[in-house]
Design a protein around this ligand. Sequence first.
Ligand SMILES: Cc1cc2nc3c(=O)[nH]c(=O)nc-3n(C[C@H](O)[C@H](O)[C@H](O)COP(=O)(O)OP(=O)(O)OC[C@H]3O[C@@H](n4cnc5c(N)ncnc54)[C@H](O)[C@@H]3O)c2cc1C
Length: 394
Amino acid sequence: MDLSFTREHIAFRDEVRAWIQQAMPPAIRAKAAVGASFDMDEVMQWHRILYEKGWVAPHWPKEYGGTGWDATRRFLFREELEMSGAPNLSPFGLSMVGPLLIQFGSDAQKARFLPKILSGEEVWCQGYSEPNAGSDLASLQCRADDDGAGHFVVNGQKTWTTYAQYADWIFCLVRTDSSGKKQEGISFLLIDMKSPGVEVRPMLTIAGTPAFCETFFDNVVVPKENLVGPLHGGWTLAKALLGHERTLIAAVGDSRRMIRKVKRIAARTMAGGRRLLDDPGYRARIARLEVKLRGLQMANYRALAGAQLGRAPGPESSILKIRGSEILQEAYVLAMEVMGHNSLSWFNEPGVVSDEEQPVAPGFNYARATTIYGGTNEIQRNVIAKLILGLPTR
Ligand SMILES: Cc1cc2nc3c(=O)[nH]c(=O)nc-3n(C[C@H](O)[C@H](O)[C@H](O)COP(=O)(O)OP(=O)(O)OC[C@H]3O[C@@H](n4cnc5c(N)ncnc54)[C@H](O)[C@@H]3O)c2cc1C
């Protein structure tokens, strides 16, 4: 296995790096430089810039608007984007339902939905979780009944629906049969958020953002052509989509950026008569985290080398998810500590704290979620125990 990059790959990385800096509008660049968070308008502005360049969906096949890059280029591109601090694009269209439609959708569904996902004209959200169906997703109860006239009628509730308040469409897992094994009565449905009977209630997070919502369906009429894959066959699609979701979570670039920021601030923070960065205890903590991050990066490269050989990501993506989420949380802890009381500010306070120290607390709080979403880390450990270590389930 060769983990080094070719000269072409390095030239590609440099080209991407330069383009990102030049293409970012000044307001976004200013926020990106200090690691501030972005609102939905800024996210969509950046989406459109990447779309114009043809780089919005590098992982899609070229015929549907992808770039045709190999796995290494795709990885380098993603790492550069994360490192730059640019807005993270919403994953629901580009990285979840888009690839799923490419794999399982009808020609009509592909023609109808894919171009608008690419251009950003239509925003998507994910309707999987319910109040009693999170880790045990197959217990979901939101129902879709056949009205015998070419429609499903949907009733029930979804929860944790990130971006539902902005979304034009939701992809939903719905129960279409309750008679047999619970996994065998689930279907995958695309629902127009403007349909009568859809109600969205945003929930304020501890990070201070209305990131997600509860979504209710009251006799919502959905045309049958919005069913993706076979009736009652949605579980296979649900799992395929979760595979796409999990590979996104290693967040190596995000952690690298945060550690760099910590080092920059520690280099100008005085503690006990010397720079905090020169304090052996503090240095050791940064070094330990960097070593962990380097290990994660190498594991990511190994997965990448496998992908270059055509291997699909296996249960090892659970390792990337666990390590990536924990490292990001640790990096935020270091950032909070190095900023001291300045880290407690929740809003931009120009002149009160330095640009670099602008609110990190919301990001720190939001990073708590990385060990939960995309399948909790406990569930990932179960996957590793069963599928990698071959341990018995009881
Ligand atoms: C920020 C954020 C955004 C999200 N966005 C979306 C979204 O857009 N759409 C969507 O559908 N969902 C979304 N989710 C939901 C997310 O997928 C669920 O929160 C997650 O699957 C866990 O489910 P739960 O919250 O019901 O917890 P539960 O499943 O009730 O778990 C509670 C605790 O018990 C543990 N546990 C449960 N079962 C086991 C087991 N068998 N073995 C060991 N431990 C176990 C869990 O690990 C966890 O610690 C989001 C969540 C967050 C935090």
